[in-house]
Design a protein around this ligand. Sequence first.
Ligand code: C2E
Ligand code: CA
Ligand code: CA
Ligand code: CA
Length: 276
Amino acid sequence: AKAQGKDGYAMFAPSMRDGFDREVMWRTELQQALADRTLHVAYQPIVALGERRVAGVEALARWQHPQHGIVAPDEFIPVAERAGLIAELGLLVLRRACAEFAAWPGSQSTYLSVNVSPSQMLDASFPSKVAATLYEVGLRPTQLVLEVTENALADESEVIGTLRRLREFGIRIAIDDFGTGYASLRYLHRFPADIVKIDRTYVQDIARDPAAVHILGTLWQLFGALGLTAVAEGIEDPAQAAMLVELGCEVGQGFLYGHPGPLNSITVELAPAERT
Ligand code: C2E
Ligand code: CA
Ligand code: CA
Ligand code: CA
């Protein structure tokens, strides 16, 4: 029993019992998906706003369920985390994304950005697994960005050691969903990162809330001072993009520039901006 939810994702009918049964069902099916490799990767462009060209692509996991259709990562990533499957899933996504990206002509001038769960960072062999993957497909470490949410910093010392090793290889680190967790400003200068991704809730506010404009403007100055590149997430209309550029934001992503989809649907050079 399935209904089509937002963005065409599968949703389960309310008649299905919640809780334990549902968790067990998801877990079993996710294990099957890992074995069958029915997990795949969608890509969303990350755009250099001024130059109007694609600077990078973010890999987003998709689960093509045999009966339910495409299941959203917000549903199955937490299940994978609780079931202890996230390391395996994360590595599968990373390997697949690296191989597909390396075969894409646009990879010559762009980077690949992959989401990583905090628990993956606790595996001491993670950096060498990533390095081996890059070597296998022939990508340079500077072509890879790994995205971690600021909540990963809760486990500070261990995660920070892993991040340092990744950066020694030349891999860049992005703090994802910045401004939604509790770590925030206090950790920013201690956290070994190169990029900060501003959560889309801030971006959505700028068109109607002058305070949001001040907050973003101030954040941008701070990031600049700390040597961090800021990426604005969730840009949906040209007015938001124009305001962000005015605030000094150089990089952004969102439905305005493309929905997640196959790599070869992405063109590196964008058409000129529409006049607003
Ligand atoms: P995220 O890393 O913050 O990824 C951005 C999410 O926002 C994506 O949802 C994307 O489709 C959506 N998005 C992009 N532009 C817009 C926009 O303009 N407006 C709106 N409303 N949404 C936009 P998606 O693909 O459903 O992924 C949800 C989350 O699942 C991701 O959030 C990430 O935290 C997690 N995730 C996805 N793939 C992986 C993965 O391979 N590993 C891990 N650990 N987490 C993943
Ligand atoms: Ca992300
Ligand atoms: Ca994000
Ligand atoms: Ca998110």
